[in-house]
Design a protein around this ligand. Structure first.
Ligand code: NAD
Length: 508
């Protein structure tokens, strides 16, 4: 039980769990300590979870190994059935889960539903992948030789996940791991432990054996030490991390100590390019859906908006008019289309980025680039107008240049800057002028140009006339400092959880 009052009602209150989940049991931290979960739309704590630390890690890893010993030899069809049972339970409870998600992340309820639709793609997709993991047989160089490759699950995996898409990021990892025959210990973000615990509860109801899916929650303060203990634990055979490039580098360093296999899904700084010949209505519609989703807090969001000079003024005007129609407020309030930023530190960073842009000559044509008050009544959180929450109204800047922080850093907030460009060569050079390489988007009707952009833009995912290039069937992952390894897509995602062994036999 949590000592706080839950500020909303659920059809199935049993979905809310407040303890860690280890080997099929709900557990407190050994220290007995807890930390608070805060609603970003009201700045009010509404739950507590165990503040685990390094001393809690061994039990979770021992459980994961014990479960792995059986799970690795389980019938892949059985694993597929369990993923589908999980899928159905999440679907049946999706309205309730959306409410929990909104009160952890701040995102509007419709977006929480959107995240669930996206997430359910993974349980479905990886159920299909489970039965299709195959080895290979080579044509031998000598008639009495046989060479083949078998694939086996690598072992217990540790998943460190961010707060921005907490359900999707867990299911994208766990789906692939379970299909492969791996077990997983998840460390959710301190901001979003409750949706993760809901997933654990539904996994147990679906029939996953104890220890296949364990969850260790922890506070911001204990995160570095506990994560390190999880990564370095001798039973951990695979680490999968989604989060910032800064922390990703720390994780890679820890994995390197014992050469542990590691997948890194890191930050973005994604260019969104609109050429003179683009369908501007289409570009605007796609931009709006991409940029303002979760108040600009998606790794693949548009960070830099490049518009060719022939349509620059027109597109800026269209963008400003359309953006004015967004309704900022608590995610659970009726009609909200733009929720708060999830953390106060994220809000402070965005504010300093906007200030820096103005200082270097950008013009703010919409919004304030500053912390603001909630403008909606929120019955759910019991807050009135103008109180609490980490809000910033959508902010649009023009006249951007590459020495500004917003050009070089990830902007994780409802702020966008427009860069004017003249030629394709110039914009490709500018778009690639970043250490990141997650996604890029371009809008043009010229097919030759589309091919050139596909080949010349430095990103792991390229969206052409679309702002949506992420789905269960598409390999997801970045290049450069946006990380390495793939999640989702055929074969590549499951391969991250497999070891390959080459067998060579000589026949008599
Ligand atoms: P973060 O790097 O702060 O945290 C990610 C995870 O690592 C969390 O579980 C966090 O608790 C943990 N962590 C934090 N500090 C740590 C430390 N010192 N040692 C070990 N673990 C630590 O990122 P965030 O703020 O939670 O998420 C936002 C970032 O995630 C953005 O940069 C975004 O682009 C990125 N992201 C990337 C993808 C992708 O698929 N490429 C998807 C979503 C988010």
């Amino acid at each position: 039980m949590s000592s706080h009052k839950v500020p909303f009602e659920l059809k199935n209150p049993d979905l809310l769990k407040y303890d860690s989940y280890i080997h099929g049991e709900w557990k407190k931290a050994k220290s007995g300590k807890t930390f608070e979960v805060v609603d970003p739309g009201s700045d009010k704590a509404w739950a507590t979870c165990p503040d685990n630390d390094a001393q809690d890690v061994d039990a979770a890893m021992q459980s994961s190994q014990k479960a792995f010993d059986q799970w690795k030899i389980s019938n892949p069809r059985k694993r597929a059935e369990l993923l589908l049972a999980w899928h159905r339970l999440i679907t049946d409870n999706r309205d309730d889960i959306a409410k929990i998600l909104t009160h952890e992340t701040g995102k509007p309820l419709a977006e929480s539903q959107g995240e669930l639709t996206y997430s359910l793609g993974f349980t479905w997709w990886f159920a299909g992948e489970a039965e299709r993991i195959t080895g290979t047989v080579q044509t031998p160089a000598a008639p009495n030789r046989r060479v083949f490759v078998v694939k086996q699950p690598i072992g217990p995996a540790v998943a460190l996940v961010p707060w921005n898409f907490p359900i999707a990021m867990i299911l994208r990892k766990a789906g692939a791991a379970f299909a492969a025959g791996c077990t997983m210990v998840v460390k959710p973000s301190p901001e979003t432990p409750l949706t993760c615990l809901t997933l654990a509860h539904l996994a147990s109801q679906a029939g996953f054996p104890p220890g296949v899916f364990n969850v260790l929650t922890t506070s911001l303060e204990n995160t570095p030490a506990m994560s390190e203990a999880m990564i370095l634990h001798p039973l951990t055979k695979k680490v999968t991390f989604t989060g910032s490039t800064r922390v990703g580098k720390l994780v890679a360093g820890l994995c390197a100590r014992n050469l542990k296999k590691c997948t890194l899904e890191l930050g973005g700084n994604c260019p969104f390019i609109v050429f003179d010949d683009a369908n501007l209505d289409q570009a605007l519609e796609q931009f709006q859906a991409l940029k303002w989703r979760h108040a600009g807090q998606a790794c693949i969001t548009a960070n830099r908006l490049y518009v060719q000079s022939g349509v620059y003024d027109k597109f800026t005007q269209m963008l400003v008019e359309k953006t004015k129609t967004l309704k900022m407020g608590h995610g659970a309030a009726e009609g909200t289309t733009l929720g708060p930023v999830t953390t106060p530190r994220g809000l402070a960073k965005a504010q300093s980025q906007a200030e820096d842009a103005v200082k270097h000559g950008a013009k703010m044509v919409l919004g304030t680039g500053k912390a603001e008050k909630n403008s909606t009544e929120d019955e759910g959180a019991g807050q009135g107008k103008g109180v609490g929450g980490y809000f910033m109204s959508p902010t649009v800047l023009t006249g951007m240049s590459h020495e500004m922080l917003m050009a070089r850093e990830e902007t994780f907030a409802p702020v966008i800057g427009l860069f004017r460009f003249e030629t394709e060569d110039e914009v490709v050079k500018a778009a690639n002028d970043t250490s990141m390489g997650l996604a890029s988007y371009a809008f043009t009707k010229n097919v030759d140009r589309m091919w050139r952009l596909l080949e010349n833009l430095e990103a792991g995912m390229i969206g052409m006339n679309t702002g949506n290039s992420s789905a269960a069937e598409s390999p997801f992952g970045g290049i450069k400092e946006s990380g390495y390894g793939k999640e989702s897509g055929k074969d590549v995602a499951v391969r991250e959880y497999l070891v390959e062994k080459t067998g060579t036999f000589t026949l008599e």
